[in-house]
Ligand binder design. Sequence first.
Ligand code: C2E
Ligand code: MG
Ligand code: MG
Length: 760
Amino acid sequence: MRRHVVSAALLCLLGTLWFLLWTAMAPGTVAIGYLFMPLSMSVGGLAVHTLLRSASLAPSGRRFWLLLEICCFLFAAGFSVLAFDAFRQAPELPAMPPLGAALIGAGVLVAMWGVAQVPLGVTTWYERGKQWLDRTIAFLGCATVLWHFGISPMFWAPEPWTPSALVVLLLACLFAAGSITKVSYIAGGPVDRRAMRLVASTGLIAAGVALLAVLGGYHGILPGQAVCMPASGLLIALGARRQLAAVDDPRESGGSNVWLPYLAVLAVDVPVADVLIRPWHWAPGVWEGRAVVLAAVVVTALVALRQYVVYRENAGLLREKQKSEALLRHEATHDQLTGLANRALFRYALDRALEAGPATVLLADLDEFKTVNDSLGHDAGDALLVAFAQVLRAAAGPGAEVARLAGDEFAVLVPGGVRGEEVAERIAAATVVPISEQRLLVRFSAGLATAPPDTSASDVLRQADAALYAAKERGRANWVRYAWGMERPKSAHARLGGDLRRALDAGEFRLVYQPIVALDDGRIVGVEALVRWDHPERGLVSPADFIPAAERTGLIVPLGRWVLRETCRQAAAWIAEFGPEVLDKAAPNVSVRQLHDPDFVADVAAALADHGLPANILVLELTESAVLRGQHVSEVLHELHDMGVRLALDDFGTGESSLSLLRAFPAAIVKLDKSFVDGIELDEPDTPAAQARQAVARAVAQLADALGLDTVAEGIESQEQADRLLRLGYHVGQGYHLGRPMPPEQLTEIFAARRVRAAA
Ligand code: C2E
Ligand code: MG
Ligand code: MG
């Protein structure tokens, strides 16, 4: 391939050199100038042949190049005939012989056919129609220029051309116009776009030759033959090489051709302007001027038509864009499952509402939604959410914004003039019956918050959230309106959680001990260990404030281990100092999380052994809910019991199954909850509830007696209570009246004073 390209380039160079030489001194015969054209066309044909032999082309591409090869050899033959005549008639210049014209004309037709066959990769008839419109415009523009400046002047040139030469030129111009417009639309495909461009440029060369001949007459013909025409052979060889490279490297980018019709309008304006400016020049052919103007009118009309088509397309695109934008906007602001607004849109609506006036927000949350999801599957969960969304929409009424904020959390922006409670009641009324496909009976909790205008949306949502949290805390299936200060415990808990770990490492916890006292003689028989947190900034923190956080974070396990060991250490120290009868129980509290810790039993055993405390002194206080937690806990409790450690049921009577527990659980001590002690001293309790509490206190004492359990009455705050409890059968009590929780040193003093008294 390289050889062909080099030969074609050499021929061009030689042709140019010959022409320069000829103009300077005219050596040899003028017929030599006619040899370059057939030779270069043969080289072009050989290049195409090489391409066809060495590349595997798509069928339509192969057809194009094959037709081009035929065209090259037809040209070569036609120009050989002309060259032959040139040698015969030299020094006269030959006219185009009819055989030559026929061969060349056939070559042009074959090339045109080849170009026309190249597929453009457009499939729909609409696209094809549009392309034909564009191509017609471009072709007309191009053809008008070629006609006006190339062909028509030949008719009244001083030396008119032979008819055969005219036909050949006419065809060449047609080929030029047709292939240029076609080529502009090739965007990759079987024929390489750039190769096609190179080949199509030969049409321009033909037009150039025509122009030369017209303008230069006799002097224009020789440079056309010797310089310009051989360039077509080079272009074809280059095109073949390009196609070969494209086969190896199929990366091909399609170009756009939106500019082509406009270029055609500009092009057609040039002949029109020429006709206007040089009317005398065109005088011989009045009809020529008319044809040019007519062509310009047609091109303009077609461009207008094209413009309209583009306008319609753009309008369609715009509509589509708007539609997809609206869809995107909806998707970005709505929950896909329920179709409700999402958090972003809800906040936006809330902000707008707060700008206008006070706004009420209801946050609702399904109770036990996770259970539905886990037990019935996510489809059932989804269906339930959709059904609940409908309930909310109906309950909220028209004008309300209803949103799904997350998971099973929903929000309603209650419309002005409606009370939030009304909406909550409507939701409650709609959920007394089962909803969703699965006919599920759902319950929900809700928090309500009303904020004055210009409150921030975040603040209202936080308040409603705190109220929702409070509703959940109070037991499910209800609603709570936000009250000032509601959000504080929650955030305080969150802060506490992070602080606890540090406090444990820094040794900020300590124990206080509350005496457990014999009610008849006031003698201290034991102590309950209660943890305190000596916070560096907040001072003494009550366990009620941090035990829940410690349980949630799991830190209760290491904290409880420390409490256990410290209690054992202190109790052992007292026994060592004051003898074994100083106390018969030392009672730390134990959380359910600790019972689940696999090392718990071993920890208890180690704490007793390390400090030499007899197991029967240690009493572990457990709440009823803790001991109800399944098989593993039950095993742990029996192991502890077998070790000789006593177990106390703390806050007894407040749980749900207190009495049945007593049989299943190896308890040794029952601690009657303070709520039963409150009001026990009254002879005639004023309410039935108070009477019932007295009855429970009495029954617990009898039951414990029957089962052989010890009792401790908690929260005794007066002597009357102590007296009454003693009469009811309680022998041991605990409470502020008998002794407040105190630091161990204080108890040591008490024990020491007691020893002195006993000695006395
Ligand atoms: P609890 O085990 O029922 O402890 C008794 C609580 O009642 C103590 O509160 C005590 O100070 C208080 N109290 C005692 N006598 C009276 C009285 O006459 N009147 C009133 N109004 N209250 C009295 P405290 O120390 O705030 O402990 C609260 C709860 O925190 C405890 O209840 C216990 O459940 C838990 N707790 C305390 N220390 C620990 C611990 O080390 N580990 C675990 N897991 N929980 C602990
Ligand atoms: Mg306790
Ligand atoms: Mg208690």
